[in-house]
Ligand binder design. Sequence first.
Ligand code: 13P
Length: 343
Amino acid sequence: MNRSELAATARALAPKGKGILAADESTGTIQKRFESIQVASTEDTRRTYRDLLFTTPGVDEFISGVILFDETIRQKALDGTPFPELLDKRGIIPGIKVDTGAKDMAGFPGEKITEGLDGLRERLAEYRRLGARFAKWRAVITIGKEIPSRACLEANAHALACYAALCQEAGLVPIVEPEVLMDGNHSIERCEEVTVDRRSIKAVTLHHTYYQLHEHRVYLDGTLLKPNMVLSGKDCPRQAGVAEVAEATVRCLKATVPVAVPGIVFLSGGQSAVMATEHLNAMNAMGTYPWELSYSYGRALQDPPLKTWKGKPENVPAAQRAFYHRSSCNSAARYGKYNKAME
Ligand code: 13P
């Protein structure tokens, strides 16, 4: 694919009023999600659940693309249409998760390195044939005592850049996801205070990421960034408010993300569905930016429909309404026009 096609696909994934549904849970992760609603995770229940999401009436108004898992991109919807084709017919761009997971990093207790580069060129060619037009790779950065280490940041940024270059060679838009986890008791102030002098964990992560993307000659106009928001650690006694999170996140992005990048599509990372919407809304209400500020939520889009569905066929219409509603709230947040009364 040439550069202009990559750039056009990247822009088409983050148009005004729309964002991405991350439905790329690995077999282990979807099993955990299903356990929370007491549903057995089988190939068939996974297919039924993904069918529910992808066939939700009207949701194409708010969803630009869907990230699939390896099993799902090969599955057919309940009406027999392959999932990528079904999405494509609705004007929703199919994508694929291509990393093979974050593993313990040898010699660096508490830190992870994401795997999946071996054989990636061949896998990308196959996914392209199956209909994928973009891909995702998630690096995981943990905040803790004396971590993240420079070695962990460099190794993960390097892998992200190798992945991104291979994606573009194969004609797929890479979503570059360096996720700084919200696990831990760190304060938002720590992150904020060090952002200014560039020693922030977050700024450091993004700095390493863009340094490696440049080194590997990745065409930034044909990429999307999927970062975490700057939040208080989950176990921090003081939880930063919505405006504070929005300001810290935007300040951090402005310091590090090149304007060539067309869109920033946040992950939700364990925030509640409503909080993830509120934070995105606050950022978009605060001003205009060189990039689109959008969503690529997994849990924050799926928790309400998952809990409504509970594996029961009679709950499918209500679950689809819950998914439609959540998507419409996030769509409003793309314009800074969401308010709590919409709940
Ligand atoms: P969450 O929004 O649930 O964090 O998932 C997004 C994602 O794709 C993580 O890789």
